[in-house]
Design a protein around this ligand. Structure first.
Ligand SMILES: Cc1cc2nc3c(=O)[nH]c(=O)nc-3n(C[C@H](O)[C@H](O)[C@H](O)COP(=O)(O)OP(=O)(O)OC[C@H]3O[C@@H](n4cnc5c(N)ncnc54)[C@H](O)[C@@H]3O)c2cc1C
Length: 449
């Protein structure tokens, strides 16, 4: 039987950087993916945030992305007319959005050129075991079924991960979104480059209970997405093009952009989304990317975090100890729980309220808050710590003096969420602290009490 040190299952945003980092550290690594090599990943939009570009640079893959798509001049989160925007210079702060049909093949080609061995159309159908320990995979590929022995099997196989199912990786955070969305590509309307309303490269816009997104992508195309409550979006199923067009035509920012612009390709949609955080390591196995941590994609950090965790896992594998693997798991959790809730909250129907809009209006003009927003996007600050409570109270006070009491309405909801996040952050920080001291603790974090 063929034997390697590590089998990586999945060859996209998590698997490709992991494989190249391992290969260059001298680990014998083999990648298998059920999809053909150089194929599209259709169920994902593709805004790569500055943090993701930094992570890609760390494994020498940033320039691969830069060659595919222009940089975004800003990234905007907008609720009605209120917005928070980070300005991007394309160098120290760089964000790009190449379509996955370009991004994934380019990443794969780049890592193959650096010596990684990968087999497409090769699906894992079972695990080899020695007692509790996973010792390899059984695959079905173009040459038939065969076994590959490995010191470690890594599931980089996405949100419906086969590896997570086979090892029965338990989830200790789970939720499902209430929204559906469809998106497609459009010829770039010339308004996009000259109208001051579009002085950004990527924008997520919430209006009423609806969401719309516009990303400048490669080949002079714009990605435009539309979403809202699942029951309503599900009605587009019979004619997604008509449903998406109607939705974009009724959006303040998207209506002018779709006028006279041809839709390129059929819309792609997603009507249900399960989010989770799962155990990331076990005897002979590990999970990386969406397979172990799936966060609502609204803030557009899935690709960034997949690369971050791929790098961290490669370091742990090279360190070759149980303590290092445990540390990889615990750090992923402590770094992600705030974003997990922040992202779900952004897609919740109650997010669009006077309190949120006040935070956006005030925050956009506040240099300290803007600075903290940059730090949050760079993952140096947890999302829940972005707004200093003293600032928020001051803003509420000044709205009250102007006779505007509406923002107080959203405060209770935000405080409840903050209390929940703080409690869970505490549990995960303590687990991380033990891991940093080299204590290998196998227990699942108890996030319920
Ligand atoms: C609607 C939506 C929009 C999104 N938008 C953004 C965005 O704008 N920006 C952003 O950063 N992130 C976004 N994301 C998140 C992003 O798509 C993911 O975080 C990222 O793709 C995770 O990469 P991955 O490598 O872990 O998994 P995947 O990209 O899912 O790749 C998994 C691979 O594993 C392979 N595989 C699965 N099972 C097997 C098996 N049994 N054997 C062999 N191979 C197998 C699959 O064929 C696939 O190639 C979005 C997600 C969704 C759902």
């Amino acid at each position: 039987m063929e034997r390697v040190d590590v089998v990586v299952v999945g060859f996209r945003c998590a698997g490709a950087p992991l494989a190249v980092a391992l290969r260059e550290a001298g680990v014998r690594v083999l990648v298998v993916d059920g999809d053909p090599l150089f194929s599209d990943q259709p169920i994902s939009t593709h805004a790569i945030q500055p943090y993701g570009m930094k992570m890609l640079d760390k494994v020498g893959l940033g320039d691969v992305v830069r060659e595919l798509a222009p940089h975004n001049s800003a990234f905007r989160f907008q609720v009605e007319d209120s917005y928070l925007q980070i300005e991007l210079d394309g160098e120290t702060l760089d964000s790009r959005s190449p379509r996955r049909c370009k991004l994934d093949p380019a990443l794969q080609r780049a890592v193959l050129a650096r010596g990684v061995e990968a087999r497409g159309e090769t699906r894992v159908i079972g695990l080899l075991r020695d007692g509790e320990r996973v010792t390899g995979v059984r695959v079905r590929g173009p040459e038939g079924e065969y076994e590959i022995g490995a010191g470690l099997v890594v599931g980089a196989d996405g949100r419906n991960s086969t590896i997570a199912k086979l090892v029965e990786a338990p989830a200790y955070l789970e939720s499902s979104g209430d929204n559906g969305l469809y998106w497609s590509y459009f010829e770039k309307n010339e308004l996009f480059d000259r109208d001051p309303r579009y002085r950004w490269g990527a924008c997520i816009h919430i209006e009423g209970g609806d969401a719309r997104a516009v990303f400048q992508t490669d080949s002079d195309l714009l990605l435009m997405a539309g979403g809202g409550p699942r029951e309503r979006v599900a009605q587009w199923r019979s004619d997604p093009s008509a449903g998406l067009m109607r939705h974009l035509r009724s959006g303040g920012l998207t209506a002018p952009l779709v006028e006279g612009s041809r839709m390129i390709g059929d819309p792609v949609g997603l009507l249900s989304l399960k989010c989770f955080m799962k155990r990331a390591v076990g005897p002979g196995w590990a999970l990386v990317g969406d397979s172990g941590l799936h966060i609502d994609p609204t803030p557009g950090l899935g690709i960034s975090d997949a690369v971050r965790d791929a790098i961290a896992l490669a370091e742990a594998i090279v360190a070759d100890s149980e303590a290092a693997m445990n540390l990889y798991w615990r750090r992923r959790d402590a770094d992600s729980v705030g974003l997990y809730y922040f992202a779900s909250d952004m897609s919740s129907p109650d997010y669009n309220n006077p309190f949120t809009r006040m935070l956006f209006d005030r925050g956009q003009d506040d240099p300290v808050v803007k600075q903290r927003m940059y730090a949050m996007m760079a993952r140096e600050l947890h999302p829940q710590d972005m707004l200093p409570p003293s600032r928020v109270l001051r803003w509420l006070g000044s709205e009250t003096l102007r006779g505007n009491l509406a923002p107080w309405g959203g405060l209770g909801r935000t405080m409840r969420l903050r209390t929940l996040i703080d409690r869970q952050q505490g549990v995960l920080d303590r687990a991380l602290d033990r891991a940093e001291r080299g204590i290998v603790d196998d227990s699942l974090p108890n996030l319920l009490n």
